[in-house]
Design a protein around this ligand. Structure first.
Ligand code: SAM
Ligand code: DTB
Ligand code: SF4
Length: 319
């Protein structure tokens, strides 16, 4: 049995790029050894996602259909209230989800009625016995503390790409601001969900750069979502060519090697992938998926298809 790999925070970008560029069979073998030693049993966590406040966001993230800067902006969808959100959480739990993630298309959390409602949603999801995750942009120390007090399990805030590629994707908020938000979440004692997106015109060196920043966080983010760009019409990235699924396999495998104990979530982009490519991602060490028919504004594989996928792969659902 391979000994449990040491947790490191000092990976260099060159070392990470070498992993990303290994012959695929060697990369998969290394990732599997790390994964089996650190997370015995191939257990996959199911996380359901719901957009509570959709569209009209002030930020200009080039990939995002919810930015008011893009013609894709989905307007006119009312913000959801507490009860309907909890009804969706209950349904997700009945379908087998363990974590319920709620999204707000905000630049930052503001105090007031919507924040009070967010706190009630967090309490309600926790009362159902599920993990609760929120993604809602930047926050203050006081807001992070109140979310922690409400029982929030995780806060999602992605770095998205490397520090160098970042300015080509977002101009309205800096990389440094993102890092400060992550530090605030940590200080409040809430676990971190932090990852990125591939397929936004970045080089392999940028993928290595993103993974290097993630792996340098101490402790590592407890969850690391790896998204493939969903190129939505009306966004500046609408014409990006589809990501080769094997690139996603490489990204997952490398994330697994760098962050042995984190949950690596195979996130957006699964609907465009074959069952076999998704199985390779599970083999490479992905141990969580978004589960349920929709992501925030785009679709995700149907619940039945995912149940078949997990059964075909022979993996168990994490309790
Ligand atoms: N507004 C908050 C924020 O940006 O932190 C929360 C919601 S935002 C939609 C959450 C994450 O979804 C983004 O950081 C990005 O990584 C991911 N995302 C958004 N649009 C995407 C797309 N078209 N394809 C892949 N991932 C996407
Ligand atoms: C994450 O990394 N991916 C999720 C979740 N965190 C919030 C969002 C994916 C969004 C895909 C595009 C959409 O549905 O709007
Ligand atoms: Fe707004 Fe988040 Fe979309 Fe950026 S990713 S435009 S912050 S909703």
């Amino acid at each position: 049995m391979t000994p449990c790999p040491a947790t490191r925070h000092d990976w260099t970008r060159a070392q990470i790029q070498r992993l990303l560029e290994l012959p695929l069979m060697d990369l998969l073998w290394q990732a599997q050894q790390v994964h089996r030693a650190a997370n015995p049993g191939y257990r996959v966590q199911l996380a359901s996602l719901l957009s509570v406040k959709t569209g009209g966001c002030e930020e200009d993230c080039a990939y995002c259909p919810q930015s008011m800067h893009h013609s894709s902006d989905v307007s006119g969808r009312p913000e959801l209230e507490v009860e309907p959100v909890l009804a969706r959480a209950r349904a997700a739990r009945e379908a087998g989800a363990h974590r319920f993630c709620m999204g707000w298309a905000w630049r930052e959390i503001r105090d007031g009625a919507p924040f009070e409602a967010m706190l009630q949603m967090v309490r309600g999801v926790r009362a159902l016995g599920m993990e609760a995750c929120v993604t809602a942009g930047m926050l203050t120390d006081a807001q992070a503390a109140r979310l922690a007090e409400a029982g929030l399990t995780a806060y999602n805030h992605n770095l998205d790409t490397s520090p160098e590629h970042y300015d080509r994707i977002i101009t309205t908020r800096t990389y440094q601001e993102r890092l400060e938000t992550l530090a605030r979440v940590r200080r409040a004692g809430v676990t971190l969900c932090c990852g990125g997106i591939i397929g936004m015109g970045e080089a392999v060196a940028d993928r290595a750069g993103l993974l290097q920043v993630l792996a340098s966080l101490d402790p590592h983010p407890e969850s690391v979502p790896i998204n493939a760009l969903v190129a939505v019409e009306g966004t500046p990235l609408e014409d990006q060519p589809a990501v080769d699924p094997l690139e996603l396999v490489r990204m997952v495998a490398t994330a697994r090697i760098l962050m042995p104990h984190s949950r690596v979530r195979l996130s957006a982009g699964r609907e465009q992938m074959s069952r076999e490519a998704q199985v390779l991602c599970l083999l490479a060490g992905a141990d969580s998926i978004f589960y349920g028919d929709s992501l925030l504004t785009t679709s995700n594989p149907a619940v039945e298809a995912d149940q078949e996928l997990l059964a075909a792969a022979g993996v168990q659902v994490a309790a």
